[in-house]
Ligand binder design. Structure first.
Ligand SMILES: Cc1ncc(COP(=O)(O)O)c(C=O)c1O
Length: 357
């Protein structure tokens, strides 16, 4: 059995470490909106049963229209996915045998799917508190055919703003390199600067987005991609018919109209994350300033964080290890921003840890 390579599903961690699972668990390893899903989804849930017996619309006409209207992006530039994960997987197929650059530390699926499709992988690694150096970036993308950037980045929570992103897009364009920008967490940014608009200027850009985190529908699966129609057509050709289930199609339409819910989430996340950063610093933990709904933390007095990680598991507090993030090598722990009460319980556990360490 190996250490789980993603957050969520904490049972695998307890099995791996052979720790008895406490009755109550708080899962800080998964970055889902702590406010839950929009009320409308719960209200209308029973009515969705009527959709299940028949096949869903293979073209998802209603959802595509809602998405296109909400984003003000022409449907020819849009492609739906069964979660962003499905689209990442298809990108691996699209990039088969190619030479890829991944900006690390980041979400491990880019590397996993590209390796499965025989790509050659190189990293450009930046420290959690650093940002991109354009000269280094240009060096790193020489002879690469595609580059993956997660923005805001998972796990650091750092966001590269539009002016710098545009310079990176320019460099990629000059070198005939596809630039994949994963915006799975962009909805949690309080001041998103519409980087997505760069798709109009650069035919080598692919934006990935997810609805599963902001609307707490990870179990339903829904995401999309924004790119030039020629890219959309090629990736679409790999998709199975009916890949979006009927309930996800209905719920997606509801969620995309929930702009107030998204704003409320952004305000909550920003305030609660700031409270946590302050409290953790007061307890002499080191944190990486994040702009979204998770952050990196470490105990500066320790080079190895496994003892703290296991101590918290024993207390029913599940964090995300960073062992499989290149450049982090387990030296940090990633923590989701959850409800006020849950976050306070995490702080209490750390206070107890400080008393004995
Ligand atoms: C950066 C990033 N992109 C994409 C995904 C996959 O999202 P989805 O649930 O839409 O498949 C995740 C899931 O954790 C993620 O962290």
């Amino acid at each position: 059995m190996s250490l789980p390579s993603h957050g969520s599903n904490p049972n695998y961690l307890y099995d791996y470490y052979q720790i008895k699972k406490p009755k109550q668990l708080i899962d800080f390893s998964v970055n889902i909106n702590p406010l839950g899903m929009p009320d409308k989804v719960k209200e209308l849930w029973p009515s969705f049963i009527n959709q299940v017996a028949d096949y869903p619309d293979p073209q998802n006409k209603k959802l595509m229209k809602t998405l296109s209207d909400t984003l003000s992006i022409d449907q020819a530039h849009l492609l739906l996915g069964n979660g962003a994960a499905e689209l990442i997987s298809l990108l691996g197929l699209h990039l088969r045998n190619k030479s890829i650059l991944i900006i690390q530390p980041t979400f491990s699926e880019y590397e996993r799917v590209c390796r499965a499709h025989n790509c050659q992988i190189n990293y450009y690694t930046i420290q959690p508190n650093q940002t991109i150096c354009l000269n280094e970036f240009e060096q790193a993308i020489q002879e690469k055919e595609a580059v993956f950037l997660c923005n805001p980045n998972n796990p650091t929570g750092k966001y590269i703003k539009k002016p710098l992103l545009k310079k990176m897009a320019n460099i990629c364009f000059k070198h005939n390199c596809l630039f994949v920008i994963d915006e799975a967490f962009y909805d949690f940014l309080i001041d998103y600067d519409q980087s997505i608009e760069l798709y109009k200027e650069y035919s080598n850009l692919i934006f990935l987005r997810s609805l599963t985190k902001i609307y707490s529908i990870a179990g339903l699966r829904l995401g999309y991609l924004v790119a030039h129609p020629s890219i959309i057509k090629r990736i679409q050709a790999y998709l199975p018919h009916w890949h979006i289930n009927a309930i996800a199609g209905e719920v997606g339409q509801l969620c995309l109209n929930e702009s107030e819910f998204v704003k409320e989430t952004q305000v909550y996340i920003t305030e609660e994350r700031q409270r946590m950063m302050k409290s953790l610093t007061n307890l002499s933990f080191e944190v990486v300033e994040s702009e979204v709904n998770y952050y990196l933390v470490r105990d500066q007095t320790r080079t190895d964080l496994q003892a703290l990680f296991i101590y918290l598991l024993e207390q029913g507090i599940v964090l995300r290890h960073t062992v499989n993030f290149p450049g982090l090598a387990g030296k940090w722990l990633r923590v989701a921003v959850k409800t006020k009460q849950e976050n306070s319980l995490f702080l209490e556990a750390l206070k107890r840890w400080r008393e004995i360490n």
